[in-house]
Ligand binder design. Sequence first.
Ligand code: HAM
Length: 418
Amino acid sequence: MINICKGTKDILPKDSYKWQIVRDNAEKIAKKYNLKEISTPVFESTDLFVRSDGDSSDIVTKEMYTFEDKGGRSITLKPEGTAGVVRSYIENGLGNEILPVKLFYITPCYRYEKPQAGRLREHHQFGCEIFGANSLASDIETLSIAIDFYRSFGIEPMVRLNFLGCDNCKANYKQILKDYVQPHLPQMCDDCHKRFETNPLRLLDCKSTVCQDILKDAPSISDNLCESCAHKFNEIKKMLTSLNINYTLDSRLVRGLDYYTDLVFEFCDSDPKGTKNALGGGGRYDKLVSELGGKPTPVIGFGIGIERLLGYLETKNIELKDDASVDIYVASNTEDENYVIRFVHSLRKKGFNVESDLLSRSLKSQFKYADKIGAKFVIVIGDDEINENKISIKNMQTGEQIKIWSNDVAEYLSQNVK
Ligand code: HAM
């Protein structure tokens, strides 16, 4: 037997309704905020991710699924949704007519990570990107979209916030951080030696406990912002408080991708003892569009891990309701199979959701099956019914059973199937 690849999951029929609910909720929220859906290919030129997601991020340096196609091109399965959306925005001139351009997507992502709880090699994200605005309103709108989405499942995550500042703030802080780290560098991991040279901010993201211990007392970026960046960050915090959005500051949050410019955030379990895995994350990236060849355009967005969200709901015992039951089951007990097939066909043609026996089972087994699939009504067709031109119909919730003219069945069902 050939087994599923490590770090991937089937979405089984018993769970597919949960994914439908995720899509429905995402679409409802997209409608509320006037986001338009975009879909980009699962694979792109490797260059796109190396240039956008950053050559010092773990995602690019260690986790990409990269291969050469038959034409000798280097291709990568998308590790995240943003880069492809930005490529498409530029390539299709989406910003040429009117700004802002507000987009959402639901996409698979591929990262060659060590599979563990909440960490898959194929995962899916609900993401959103808002192009063309750098304002308090666009920052807050982006966060509210994500929060509304979580709330649609009855959860209230904690938003972890940090502000990376403008170019000047960043350059200034990188030096402050390097000065702090320099004396500790010999004890730090090999990756941190590289980060020290190439992208010191990423030192803050190191997972090694030794490095984390050293960095826990590092000066924080938010204490070293210029006046204008500090003001901007304060306005965001004040607005979140006034909108009752729970947040906490995390001066070590730099995010796993290199393109972020100022505001960065992650959505986490509001219970400090709960999962450490982020339920989602994002931030502002005002330089990426121009770096990939487009007109300078500010952008802010987020990505929410769908498997992480569904796993989190399970740990909180929040059940999603599957209300996709069958309206009508047609049970038959007659040799006249053609009559039954035509009857079922006519009900479906009228728009009813109908199942019928496909295995020539006994009437008793058919009722058992109808009960199992949650049919609301069972119609019984036997030889007597065919001769009388009537059908028997049983309301499975009340147990009430009546006989009506076959011609009246559509009207009866229209009135009684809710
Ligand atoms: P990210 O933080 O790398 O950001 O991923 C977003 C979310 O995807 C994570 O918070 C997590 O919920 C989920 N996720 C990531 N990796 C895995 C994995 N291996 N297994 C399961 N779930 C995972 C981005 O991808 C950015 N593109 C978000 C963004 C959009 N920033 C701006 N716009």
